[in-house]
Design a binder for this molecule. Structure first.
Ligand code: GLN
Length: 493
């Protein structure tokens, strides 16, 4: 039955509809795979009982010919999405024991469409990180290893559990979130597909907030088609989130095979950063050639404010985080460490509850928002943000349909290799992805090849607001040319 875990989400969906196997069978196959893969630490909570119950209900609906678009499809959920009755930790000690009595809009739409929840996936604490090493529940190990080596690699972050679980065939797809690159970077590191939709495409209601003006939910899956299927269920207007857009959700799956004939694809010269490995350059050129061969026109474009994006992001994101995380005070959620009075209780709770990276962000954020520094840092960062958005608008005004860049400046690195360096070193992982969040645009990472040691590399496509369809079409063309990413050999099972 293990081969059921190797199906794509689309194949599984069709197989379930055709009653070739049951939801319970495919769910049990994944539960068994998860139990054998605990060495990866991809899950914070496994929920096999919930999964079997949901699968049985799916089987009943399928038998009655009533299945939804994801009926019986087993998924993993990043532990940043509130799930009713199942602990939600955000990868933090401070939320240990927090069991929401409500369901996030995104997950409730997945369940509405018939999906099955296998468990809650590990992540960087409050989604702050690029390697999954800031999680209070321990780092996630990538299912990938360099050939002939037993050294553990990171799966990327913050959606490292999601990317690792999808690549390791522990679920058919997973939810993820992206504030500065947390869907696209782990997808690139693990040979999976990840899309951060336009800001406002998915509801943020019930998703633990990191930086509210940048946070977006999206899927990680093994194929472009699978990501398109998942996003359709996750997206849509939600009156409970005032930033969610009241725009119809198209049939993203139909766009995947649309092709790129006649599309204008921009190559931004500012993304050619110093010290970038030659193989990333090569992959990027190859990606452009594939799109050209498929009928697209390739043009060089300029996004002149690109090099300000990372420093501006590391002002805006911590500022919003420091405000959002003020709610964790030991009174309302999760952990409480008693003190002699309320102030000491706050201090002790936060000292014990938050990890080092989260504390660093709260300190930076509080500093840049404080009187006297607000104008010098926060206001300037917001102005840069406007300039970055205008750069993109100018390029799209020239008739460019999508922009092609590398997804990350390198392949996956070793566990603990980067964590010991300065935090700025780690922040550089987001150099190609944060611009997209700053501008609120959609971005997809698609596997496009491997580095010299055989590790996956991804290309990123950036689109116009609410034009995820063009991204699916272009990513589909790259996937077709590059061939679907290989899956890692199961050394952990
Ligand atoms: N790596 C970035 C950060 O640490 C982005 C994280 C994210 O997208 N959630 O802030």
């Amino acid at each position: 039955m293990t081969e059921l875990t190797s199906l794509t989400l689309a194949e599984a969906r069709d197989g379930l509809r055709g009653r070739r196997f049951s939801a319970l069978e495919i769910t049990d196959a994944h539960i068994a795979a998860i139990e054998k893969a605990r060495a990866l630490n991809a899950f914070i909570a496994e929920t096999p009982d919930v999964a079997r119950q949901m699968a049985k209900a799916s089987d009943e609906r399928l038998a009655a010919g009533q299945g939804g678009p994801l009926e019986g499809v087993p998924l993993g959920i990043k532990d940043l999405f509130c799930t009713k009755g199942t602990q939600t930790t955000a990868g933090s000690r401070i939320l240990k024991g927090f069991v929401p009595h409500y369901e996030s809009t995104v997950t409730s739409q997945l369940w509405r469409d018939g999906a099955v929840m296998l468990g809650k996936l590990n992540l960087d604490e409050f989604a702050m990180g690029s390697s999954n090493e800031t999680s209070a529940y321990g780092p996630v190990k990538s299912p990938w290893r360099r050939p002939g080596s037993n050294a553990d690699l990171v799966p990327g972050g913050s959606s490292g559990g999601s990317a690792a679980a999808v690549a390791a065939r522990l679920c058919l797809g997973a939810t993820a979130t992206d504030t500065g690159g947390s869907i696209r970077q782990p997808a690139a590191f693990t040979g999976t597909v990840g899309i951060k939709p336009t800001y406002g495409r998915c509801s943020r209601w019930g998703v633990v907030a990191f930086a509210s003006s940048l946070d977006q939910a999206g899927p990680i899956a093994r194929t472009v088609q699978d990501a398109a299927i998942m996003l359709r269920s996750m997206a849509g207007h939600d009156p409970k989130d005032t930033t969610s857009a009241d725009i119809a959700v198209p049939d993203f799956e139909a766009a995947v095979s649309r092709g790129v004939k006649g599309l204008k694809i921009g190559i931004p010269k500012e993304y050619r950063v110093e010290g970038m490995p030659a193989e990333i350059e090569r992959l990027w050129a190859e990606g452009a050639a594939w799109l050209r061969d498929a009928g697209a026109e390739i043009v060089e474009v300029s996004l002149p404010n690109t090099h300000y994006a990372l420093p501006a992001y590391y002002i805006v994101a911590p500022a919003e985080a420091s405000s959002n995380l003020a709610r964790y005070d030991g009174v309302r959620y999760g952990l409480r460490v008693p003190g002699k009075d309320i102030v000491e209780m706050y201090e002790k709770t936060r000292a014990e509850g938050f990890g080092k990276e989260v504390k660093r962000r709260i300190m930076i954020g509080t500093y840049v928002l404080s009187a006297g520094y607000y104008d010098a840092y926060y206001v300037r960062a917001q102005k840069i943000r406007t300039l970055i958005r205008r750069d993109f608008e100018a390029v799209y005004a020239q008739g460019v349909d999508a922009i092609l860049t590398p997804a990350t400046p390198s392949a996956a690195f070793g566990l603990a290799e980067m964590a010991t360096a300065s935090p700025v070193e780690m922040y550089l992982n987001d150099v190609f992805t944060v611009t997209v969040n700053m501008a609120g645009l959609p971005g997809i990472s698609v596997p496009a090849g491997t580095d010299a040691s055989g590790l996956p590399l991804g290309l990123q496509l950036i689109g116009r607001p609410f034009d995820e369809e063009t991204l699916f079409a272009a990513a589909g063309a790259i996937e077709k040319a590059a061939g679907r990413a290989e899956l890692p050999a199961a050394w952990w099972a």
